[in-house]
Every structure is written in structure tokens, then in C-alpha cells.
Design a protein around this ligand. Structure first.
Ligand code: PLP
Length: 363
């Protein structure tokens, strides 16, 4: 069997143009060629993240920077906002880093709300919080604007936000939100090969990092800033990824960010409609559905049809498309359909037809 098209929520399908850029001839990472490449994409990255701060490139998956943020910024105690597999894991990672950490756990499928965070922070003692904007395991988006607004009340708490599966699919205004760290792995909505994370820090976060010990070297935010000022990275980056990122940014701005955001919303809306029209219910709390993936209940909650998610996945895979059969404790009772990256109405239509054919076979 040939290539199986990825419709899982990361990694996602990578375009031929991106792969071609990925295979560009190598340059030295301290030479003018690399500096020019980084300097060329810096303003585009700043426009995408809506920031005047320098945007950093980390040759690591997202977890590298997620762990790095804890090691750089937590001196007292971190509040980990938890609503799914990735956000739940961040508490575990904080403790493995030896940080004092407390969880704010809500039921999977629920978003994190500002008033819940407010209640926790009011008890005092926290100097950072972690939040996942788009919880990929449950397809649920938390309202960033209302959460960011809390920064005014708690200026001493650094807000660390994971936008791994949402950045570039919906507008995230780093400066206006007032948050302190924003990070995204690029194998999700950016549709790049896995292995690169982009991130940005507020001046307050950089000042705090400079005072925190044990932040190590590889993910030292102070080192990232120092090097970014020279259009470089602290250590040798995956230069192939930087070429691929330059190509991808070219695509983003050719399409136009507003059009890109609109496309993601439109395709996610269509996918939700496909599911509901087939008698399924959606896993997330209504009103908080992700704009990049759709997490569908296999039917148990609907009281209607119940499908075997693993069997559905297999029957779709037989047609050359990979969907996800649920993640973590909702594996088997949900399935996830990704519409992020380069997907179009036409490519999503192919997915819906494959799903329909598979459902037809399942009776
Ligand atoms: C995929 C994902 C991660 C983990 O990313 P890695 O690249 O595997 O480290 C973290 N957070 C969210 C929201 C994700 O979707």
C-alpha cells in the first residue's frame, strides 16, 4: 500500500513544496546564510504571533519548550490548568522537574474558564501557570481572551500558553493577550515535518528566567534571546526545518492570515456538521469546539448509533486515510478528525466520503 494520508491531529500531511524546502542544501548555522534566513522569517513570525518580541526557534518537539518554560520560570509554584491528556501531563512534567505544582482539573471536554483560574490564583503562592489553548486530545478550545485578562489582576504570575495545535489556524495576539510565553510545535497547524517549535517570551518572562537557577542550557530562554538578537539559535538547529518554515510562512502570507483563519473555521464547522448529520454528538462542551480538529463521540452518549472507533479507523485506513481512534482515556469512545494545515473543502470531502463508505460497511 502506498502513502496513507494523515487526517490525525498531528503530525499532519506535509506538502510537496514544504518537503522540497526541507531538502535545501545545507549552510553553516553561524554563517551569514543562516542568519539571513532567520532574519528574513523573523518579521513574518512576529506578524503571525502579533508581537514585537523576537520569536525563537527550538529544534525540539513542543514538550522541550513546555518543559523548558517550567525550568526557566517557576521558582515558587506553578498552577497547571488541566482538561485533557496534554494539559494533564504538564502537571506531571512540572513535578518531574522538581517544581512545586498544583492542578486545576476540569472534566475532559470542558474548557478552562477564567473564573476557575481566578479562584485558584487568589489563594496565592503561584508564580506561573500553564494553559493549553487547544487541548488536542479532546478537541476543546479554552477562551484565551478572558484568561489573558486575568494577567492584570495577577501581574506576578507568568502565563505559559501552549498553542501547539491552534497557532496559525486562529488569531492569537501575544501582545494584546498579555501572556508571557506562547509556544507551538510545527507538525500540527503549520503542517511541517515534526521536530521544530517556535516560541516567544515577554520581557517579564525573560527577566524572571535570568533570576531562576537550574534552568539548564538547551532550553535556557536567556540563551535563546541572546542568540536571536544575532539571528541565531543557541545550538545547531535543524536547518532543514528552518527552510521548511520559511516556505510555510510564504504560504501563510500568500493565502493571507485572515483567509487562513477563516478556512480553518469553515472546515472545522463542516466536519462538525458531517458528524452531527450522521447522528453523532461532539465530545467538547458546545461553544468550545476546536477550529483544527473534531473530536466525535462514538455514539454511547448520543443514545443513537454506537460505532467501534477502532473498526472505523481501520475501514478508513483501507481507503488510504488515517484518522485517530481517540487519545488516552477516551481512546475507543471517541475518534478525531483533523482539518488543520493545508486542508481544503475538496480534500475534506474525500475524507467525509471515506468515512461514509466505512460507516456503510459497518451497518
Ligand atoms: C501534540 C501536542 C503536544 C506535544 O507535542 P510534541 O511535539 O509531541 O512534543 C503538546 N500540546 C499539544 C496541545 C499538542 O497538540
Amino acid at each position: 500500500m502506498g502513502h496513507v494520508k494523515l487526517h490525525i491531529p498531528g503530525p499532519v500531511e506535509v506538502s510537496a513544496k514544504t518537503f522540497k524546502a526541507f531538502c535545501s542544501p545545507m549552510v553553516g548555522h553561524r554563517g551569514q546564510g543562516f542568519k539571513d534566513l532567520y532574519a528574513k522569517i523573523q518579521p513574518q513570525l512576529q506578524a503571525l504571533l502579533r508581537t514585537r518580541q523576537l520569536v525563537y526557534l527550538s529544534t525540539s518537539s513542543a514538550w522541550g519548550v513546555m518543559e523548558g518554560a517550567l525550568r526557566n520560570l517557576v521558582a515558587k509554584k506553578v498552577l497547571c490548568c488541566m482538561c485533557g491528556a496534554f494539559s494533564d501531563k504538564w502537571l506531571d512534567v512540572a513535578r518531574r522537574c522538581g517544581k512545586a505544582a498544583e492542578g486545576l482539573q476540569v472534566e475532559w471536554g470542558q474548557p478552562i474558564r477564567a473564573e476557575q483560574i481566578d479562584r485558584k490564583l487568589a489563594s496565592g503562592g503561584f508564580d506561573a501557570l500553564t494553559l493549553i489553548h487547544n487541548e488536542t486530545s479532546t478537541g476543546t478550545m479554552s477562551p484565551l481572551a478572558e484568561i489573558g485578562a486575568l494577567k492584570k489582576k495577577y501581574p506576578e504570575v507568568l502565563f505559559i500558553v501552549d498553542a501547539v495545535s491552534s497557532l496559525s489556524a486562529i488569531e492569537i495576539d501575544f501582545e494584546a493577550l498579555g501572556i508571557d510565553v506562547l509556544l507551538a510545535g510545527t507538525q500540527k497547524a503549520f503542517a511541517m515535518p515534526p521536530g521544530l517549535t517556535v516560541f516567544v517570551c515577554s520581557p517579564a518572562a525573560l527577566a524572571k528566567a535570568a533570576t531562576v537557577g537550574d534552568r539548564g542550557y538547551y532550553f535556557d530562554f536567556v540563551e535563546f534571546q541572546k542568540n536571536a538578537e544575532q539571528s541565531m539559535t543557541p545550538s545547531t538547529p535543524s536547518i532543514a526545518h528552518v527552510y521548511a518554515l520559511a516556505s510555510k510562512l510564504e504560504d501563510f502570507f500568500a493565502e493571507g492570515l485572515a483567509a487562513r483563519y477563516e478556512r480553518h473555521l469553515r472546515l472545522a464547522t463542516k466536519t462538525r456538521e458531517w458528524a452531527v448529520n450522521r447522528g453523532f454528538t461532539l465530545f467538547p462542551e458546545p461553544g468550545f469546539e476546536s477550529v483544527t480538529l473534531t473530536c466525535v463521540n462514538h455514539g454511547a452518549k448520543a443514545g443513537g448509533r454506537v460505532v467501534d472507533a477502532a473498526k472505523l479507523q481501520k475501514l478508513v485506513k483501507d481507503q488510504g486515510i488515517l484518522i485517530d481512534g481517540g487519545y488516552g482515556k477516551i481512546k475507543g469512545t471517541t475518534f478525531r478528525l483533523s482539518s488543520m494545515g493545508d486542508e481544503t473543502e475538496a480534500s475534506m470531502h474525500v475524507l467525509y466520503e471515506a468515512l461514509d463508505e466505512a460507516l456503510g460497511k459497518m451497518g
